[in-house]
Design a protein around this ligand. Structure first.
Ligand SMILES: C[S@@+](CC[C@H](N)C(=O)[O-])C[C@H]1O[C@@H](n2cnc3c(N)ncnc32)[C@H](O)[C@@H]1O
Length: 294
């Protein structure tokens, strides 16, 4: 395969990627594109990114678009990432929900990658319920969504290797919440049963998802333009129940992107709480685009 990408092909590819999944590539990321697409190009016996774009235009419905997106996403994740969100959940939000005695608790992990985030949330709930039986409704649902079908397959299997398990998981939690299967470990049913997964591009509508008490949208907005961040945050605020909570990644902030939330700080962590009278539901400002614009 020809590793070099012409300026024209790189521009077409950047445009395609941003329109397809919101990911904005910087000016000099040709090496990243080449390394991420290398395997796909070899498999398809396509000699260059330029030729890949030609194929994409010729056969827009061949599944190639999805495979390129899958190859280009960054799926880095680990258990209890940054700890603060999980401390906040345990110390602040779950006790508040216990007091409210809500009949249903719905949590959305909006870029779930390989599943560590929604399963970590489920483990916190399990620990909370063990120490305070009956304190929360039995009707707890955690929804994990991602754009990547490969990641969603991993999520659904709930099976991880030793390296994945070594990242952020204490030995106690490993023992308690996993079953060994040869060299691999599967998340136990008690943790998996309240989590389901679904494919969702954050650029598309969230209308079918219903309403959530808590949304985790962590370490994904960083890849998007300011305009798309604003749009996504506005639409997330519309999926939240009154007083609902939003977690972003530790390097992400709501400042200058949304006025719909109050910042709540706790032991060095931050969570955003929906202000009363948040924004009114509207459709996405970024409808699914096609490649045919160039
Ligand atoms: C870096 S991971 C973050 C995983 C997890 N939230 C965490 O903080 O550990 C980013 C995830 O966002 C997903 N992603 C990227 N663009 C997306 C889009 N437009 N819609 C939905 N998911 C997207 C990727 O597939 C990837 O799994």
């Amino acid at each position: 395969m020809n590793q070099s990408i012409s300026a024209r092909d790189y521009d077409s590819f950047r445009q395609f990627l941003e329109e397809a999944c919101g990911i904005v590539l910087g000016d000099n990321k040709q090496y990243l594109v080449a390394s991420r697409l290398n395997r796909l190009l070899k498999e398809l016996d396509v000699s260059s990114v330029g030729e890949l774009i030609v194929q994409l235009k010729k056969q827009p419905r061949s599944g190639l678009r999805e495979r390129i997106i899958d190859a280009m996403t960054t799926n880095e994740t680990f258990w209890f990432r940054d700890n603060h969100p999980y401390e906040l959940l345990k110390d602040l939000i779950l006790p508040e929900l216990t007091k409210k005695r809500s009949s249903q608790l719905k949590i959305w992990s909006a870029a779930s990658s390989s599943g560590q985030e929604p399963y970590s949330i489920s483990m916190i709930l399990q620990e909370y319920l063990k120490s305070r039986p009956g304190s929360l409704t039995n009707n707890i649902q955690i929804l994990g969504t991602d754009i990547s079908p490969t990641m969603l397959e991993m999520c659904r299997s709930g099976v991880y290797d030793a390296l994945a398990l070594s990242r952020g998981l204490s030995p106690e939690r490993k023992k308690r919440f996993f079953q060994q299967q040869g060299d691999l470990w599967q998340v136990t049913d008690e943790i998996r049963n309240r989590v389901r997964f679904s494919e969702l591009n954050l650029m598309n509508s969230y209308a079918s998802l219903g309403q959530f008490d808590i949304v985790f949208c962590r370490n994904v907005l960083i890849y998007f333009s300011s305009e798309l961040k604003r749009d996504i945050l506005r639409r997330i605020s519309q999926t939240l129940a009154p007083g609902g909570y939003l977690f972003l990644g530790s390097t992400e902030t709501i400042a200058s992107y949304s006025d719909d939330f109050e910042t709540v700080r706790h032991k060095g962590g931050i969570v955003y709480q929906l202000k009363s009278g948040g924004s009114t539901p509207t459709t996405p400002s970024f409808p699914r685009a096609t490649l045919d614009r160039s």
